[in-house]
Design a protein around this ligand. Structure first.
Ligand code: NCD
Length: 308
């Protein structure tokens, strides 16, 4: 970026030119990836450590691919086989990684703020790959890239983010990014899954899909994050689907050509119906995964150049 900062910990605080720059850079990486070429000189001799304290398929794999396509030495630290299981603290893990002189540290953690803490303790540039319910900045960027490529712009679009807003770091990063870039954002959730005070982030809040989806250009569905719920916030998966699950009937409330997104992993039949998720004309879900690699290459590229 021109990052003003050394790390990528959140979307909140980034300015439109910084976001625009990352998206433009990612566009180049989409072309590079599609051509089957790599650019292995860029991060040659640099070490990237993927430190994941929570499960991941897409995010971890795409950071690994992104690092390798740029020539970095990539190490995946699986916490289930690391000394964290023996009681080591996050800060001791940080000190160990620091002594190994890693250059880029990609962190996913169940606690909001954990990557910020690590960033204060390590020399490496830290990239937040999802922290608790706080933020998931590269997901926000890849979603924005997917939308911008398909619609040609972000400004003036109406994006409806639907489902478990309360526990979603994806929703938070998208809200910050899309409102910063001039989109209009609505959030739709049952009252139990709607964070109080969410409208202070510049979004409109709805409890009904019929009202919230009206005129939407983009319908972004979220997974019910059961692992973050300690009590029954949702009566049953069947009832949830009836009111908040996206099927073609509810999609018809949105604009006629509205596009469907989901960060994955999907719970088919809970928040989204397969017919909608797999509809090649309406669903951008596979494209989101492709954009994930390009966006992560752009982030690694720009952070490896250091703050200006
Ligand atoms: C999301 C995450 O981990 O926050 N997934 C992802 O990164 N693709 C959303 C989720 O887990 O539901």
């Amino acid at each position: 970026m021109y990052p003003r900062q050394k790390h990528l910990l959140a979307i909140a605080g980034l300015r439109p030119p910084e976001i625009g720059h990352l998206l433009d850079l990612a566009e180049n990486y989409v072309l590079l990836n599609r051509s089957g070429k790599t650019q292995r000189d860029l991060l040659r001799g640099r070490t990237l450590i993927n430190l994941f304290f929570e499960d991941s398929t897409r995010t971890r794999t795409s950071f690994e691919l992104a690092g390798k396509r740029l020539g970095a030495d990539v190490i995946n630290m699986s916490v289930s086989t690391s000394s964290v299981n023996k009681g080591e603290t996050l800060l001791d893990t940080a000190a160990t990684l620091n002594a190994m002189q890693c250059d880029l540290l990609v962190v996913r953690h169940g606690q909001s703020g954990a990557p910020h803490l690590l960033a204060q303790k390590v020399e490496a540039a830290v990239i937040n790959a999802g922290d608790g319910t706080h933020e998931h900045p590269t997901q926000g960027l890849l979603d924005a890239l997917t939308i911008r490529r398909r619609c040609g712009r972000l400004e003036g679009l109406l994006v409806a983010i639907c489902g478990d807003i309360l526990h979603s770091r994806v929703a938070r990063s998208n809200i910050h990014l899309l409102t910063t870039m001039g989109s209009r954002v609505r959030v739709i959730a049952p009252p139990t899954l709607m964070p109080s005070g969410i409208t202070a982030l510049g979004v409109e809040a709805y409890h009904s899909m019929r009202d919230g989806l009206r005129d939407a250009d983009i319908v972004m569905m979220l997974r019910l994050q059961k692992e973050r719920m300690n009590s029954g916030l949702v009566p049953s998966a069947r009832e949830y689907f009836r009111f908040f699950g996206l099927d073609s009937e509810k999609l018809a409330y949105a604009k006629p050509n509205a596009l469907v997104m989901h960060p994955g992993p999907m719970n088919r039949g809970v928040e989204i119906d397969s017919a909608v998720a797999d509809d090649p004309l309406r669903s951008l879900i596979k494209e989101q995964v492709e954009m994930g690699v390009a966006v992560r290459m752009a982030v690694l590229d720009s952070l490896s150049r250091g703050p200006r």
